[in-house]
Design a protein around this ligand. Structure first.
Ligand code: ZN
Length: 361
């Protein structure tokens, strides 16, 4: 997961998003169920039918994928865990997808791989022209530089230079890395078992969390590498089609999961964002998916949105400001471990995304 953007954005435009709430948000906070209720009543029966006739998402199975990734150790660029986890993800994806495509590239001499599983629409023998894109990053951060990391406060401060970081305290990345991938691998099992009406591309991106989020006037250096690569190259491979929208999962495994509406998502993909949050309400996950609260982060969805794929980000906020205690407090610490995650959190996110995909017509 990236560094929170809200705190660092210049000017007052976004100041209200994090500390106190902007009037627009407060207005929406009073309003959301009115919109939701109307659409929910229309959609819910459809959703119920879809759920009865399709395999159920299993949060416990997803949690096994989370633990398996963590068992490789830290998975930052250049590490042994990174190489071993890549092979595991490719092997898993090949069990389920109609096609598996890897995008292999490098950064500062280190190998990176985006791993994509392409699922044809039900009844089709070829990729969809406009699939839905589901993505998560699979790499983990090489340093524990979160605000709650003791490693961040002792000794030499971390510095990012031409040869990389001056120190390593690699995080386990249970929620920040493994959780989104875990949900997507379990969804891959579902899509293999019963094809959705729409085509789906499950994209596991590399190199989200390696470098310095604040470099280059906060555009970052060595971060969002996989999503940027995909944004620049997906049109060259017809198997990816022209995705109609994307859903990014990031840090969705923590206990006490909270997923407020994310502001870039709302700006770039309001229809998808509202639809997903309505589905969450209809499925009884309104305490996790909070339409009445908001935050804003630079994440892998931004390069995709800039490339024309409207993409939302579902994530547990970073532990700053309003979310200092309710965000993912283990963010970029050595405590980002499976014990601080839960199968129930994966279940909630998996149920919502599965419903979003299976109810597409
Ligand atoms: Zn991170």
């Amino acid at each position: 997961m990236p560094l929170v953007l809200i705190l660092f954005l210049a000017g007052g435009l976004w100041a209200g998003c994090q500390s106190g709430r902007a009037p627009a948000s407060a207005e929406e906070a009073r309003n959301p169920p009115a919109v939701s209720a109307e659409v929910t009543q229309v959609r819910r029966p459809q959703g119920e039918l879809a759920r009865e006739s399709r395999p159920r998402f299993d949060g416990e199975r997803a949690f096994v994928h989370l633990k398996k990734q963590c068992a490789f150790g830290p998975r930052y660029l250049g590490s042994r865990g990174h190489a071993e986890c890549r092979d595991y993800l490719v092997t898993e994806m090949k069990k389920y997808a109609d096609e598996v495509v890897t995008q292999d590239f490098s950064y500062r001499g280190m190998p990176l791989s985006n791993i994509a599983g392409v699922f044809y629409p039900a009844g089709s023998e070829k990729p969809a022209a406009s699939p839905v894109l589901l993505l998560a990053h699979w790499d983990t951060r090489p340093i524990a530089d979160g605000p709650n990391a003791p490693e961040n406060r002792r000794g030499t401060p971390y510095r990012y230079g031409p040869r990389g970081w001056n120190r390593l305290d690699p995080i386990p990345g249970a929620s920040d890395g493994a959780s989104g991938v875990a949900v997507l691998l379990e969804l891959a099992r579902l899509f293999h078992s019963k094809k959705p009406s729409v085509g789906v591309v499950i994209l596991l991106v590399d190199g989200e969390d390696y470098g310095d989020f604040q470099a280059n006037n906060r555009k970052g250096e060595g971060v969002f590498l996989g999503s940027r690569y995909f944004a620049q190259h997906y049109r060259r491979n017809p198997v990816f089609g022209n995705p109609m929208y994307g859903i990014l999962l990031d840090m969705v495994g923590g206990k006490n999961l909270l997923i407020p509406r994310e502001e870039f998502s709302q700006q770039y993909a309001p229809g998808t964002n509202e639809r997903v949050f309505r589905i969450a309400q209809a499925l009884g996950y309104g305490r996790i998916f909070r339409w009445d609260r908001s935050h804003m982060v630079e994440d892998d969805h931004v390069p995709l949105n800039e490339a024309g794929i409207p993409t939302i980000d579902l994530l547990h906020p970073l532990p700053f400001g309003e979310y200092a205690t309710t965000g993912y407090v283990h963010w970029h610490t050595l405590q980002d471990v499976p014990e601080n995650c839960s199968a129930q959190s994966l279940q909630a996110v998996g149920d919502v995304v599965a419903e979003a995909i299976y109810s597409e017509r």
